[in-house]
Design a binder for this molecule. Structure first.
Ligand code: SF4
Ligand code: SF4
Length: 353
């Protein structure tokens, strides 16, 4: 399945143009207010390749902020599952790594049940997978990580060895192109004449680009050390109180995090007999996230919600999905108004006295 090829940069526009004829091509574009966001591409020359900071994650295209599930009219239910063919160009390694974790979450992979009478049932979210199975990612390795990035600390970037559909690495005048899935290979094979087999010089240049990228990381975050400190009881309650005091409960960290998956289901009746059901993003930082039907809120205190997010990221996700709930994209560092992002708090935990 894995092939290593080379694409001349002069052929990129033509390739993207051909892809756009068959699918909805999504790529980083400059929005009207100047931000870089992933959007459907109308003009290929407007695709932005060298954005300095990570734009909002691409999770929007597999698990949208607000997704219609079905519409009902008295005796009739219309399924609103999205099966549009999409190709996302320019996602970064951290986003691809994050999606490999969310695939496990929405695919129902949880920790094994220790009670054999009640084995865990796998629940697969068909809304997530109807989008996921119709999307191919052409990701870009990061030659110039932002000062907030720390994916190399977690093995989720700057370049990936597996888990991608197609990965491009910028070698100045050409791209080193790797396929990592059948879907990726199919997309390449449709325009195979644009690609040549990678030669020794291309492999050497890719390795050089990797070393250069790794040398540019300013942040290092050792989540394994933090995990061990929590398990050993070396993180006092006062630290979590300190974090909670600084949290505005805005939810930005969860919405921007490519690994966070909190969601809710809401019904919007239009009339007595008609209405629509939606799946929407939610955040475990909000008080009502775990509110029960009787009105009880198990995590009413902010400190409990803060700890829960942290414990998920550092302890529970590792147990359930064999990876931390963080891929080091640094988006929470950019987003959090309270400056209690995962990198900053990790440092605080180590220096707490
Ligand atoms: S916790 Fe922060 S750094 Fe980690 S993946 Fe989420 S947004 Fe990125
Ligand atoms: S972004 Fe910061 S302030 Fe907002 S909910 Fe997350 S931790 Fe709290």
């Amino acid at each position: 399945m894995k092939a290593s090829l080379v694409l001349d940069k002069n052929s990129l526009s033509y390739w993207l143009r051909q892809i756009r004829k068959e699918s909805n091509l999504i790529a980083p574009m400059r929005s009207v207010n100047g931000d870089i966001v992933f959007e459907s591409v109308d003009q290929i020359h407007e695709v932005v390749l060298d954005y300095p900071l990570p734009p909002p994650p691409v999770k929007e295209f597999i698990s949208p902020q607000m997704e219609g599930m079905f519409e009902y009219k008295r005796d009739n239910i219309s399924d609103l599952r999205d099966r549009q063919k999409r190709v996302v160009f320019g996602a970064r390694s951290c986003d691809i790594s994050a999606m490999n974790i969310t695939d496990k979450f929405f695919g129902g992979e949880t920790e094994p049940s220790y009670d054999k009478r009640h084995p865990n049932k796998k629940f697969k979210d068909s809304y997530y997978f109807s989008r996921r199975q119709n999307i191919v990612f052409i990701s870009l390795g990061c030659n110039n990580p932002a000062p907030t990035c720390f994916c190399q600390s977690l093995g989720t970037g700057p370049f990936l060895d597996k888990g991608f559909d197609i990965q491009l690495v910028d070698l100045a005048d050409r791209y080193f192109v790797e396929t990592g899935s059948n879907e990726g290979e199919k997309l390449i094979n449709k325009h195979r004449h644009l690609f040549t087999e990678a030669q020794k010089q291309d492999y050497d240049d890719r390795y050089e680009a990797f070393l250069s990228s790794v040398s540019k990381f300013e942040k290092r975050v050792n989540l394994e050390e933090i995990r061990q400190m929590i398990i050993d009881g070396k993180v006092p309650e006062a630290l979590w109180e300190w974090v909670a005091e600084r949290c505005f409960e805005c939810g930005g960290c969860v919405y921007e995090c490519p690994v966070c998956t909190c969601f809710n289901i809401v019904d919007c009746p239009h009339s007595k007999d008609t209405g629509k059901r939606f799946k929407i993003w939610d955040t475990c930082f909000f008080k009502g996230f775990t509110q029960t039907a009787g009105g009880n809120i198990p995590a009413e205190k902010k400190v409990l919600r803060t700890k829960r997010w942290w414990f998920h990221k550092v302890l529970y996700d590792l147990e359930q999905f064999t990876s931390f709930g963080c891929v080091g994209c640094g988006r929470c560092t950019i987003t959090c108004p309270g400056r209690i992002d995962i990198a900053t708090v990790s440092e605080k935990i180590k220096r707490w006295r």
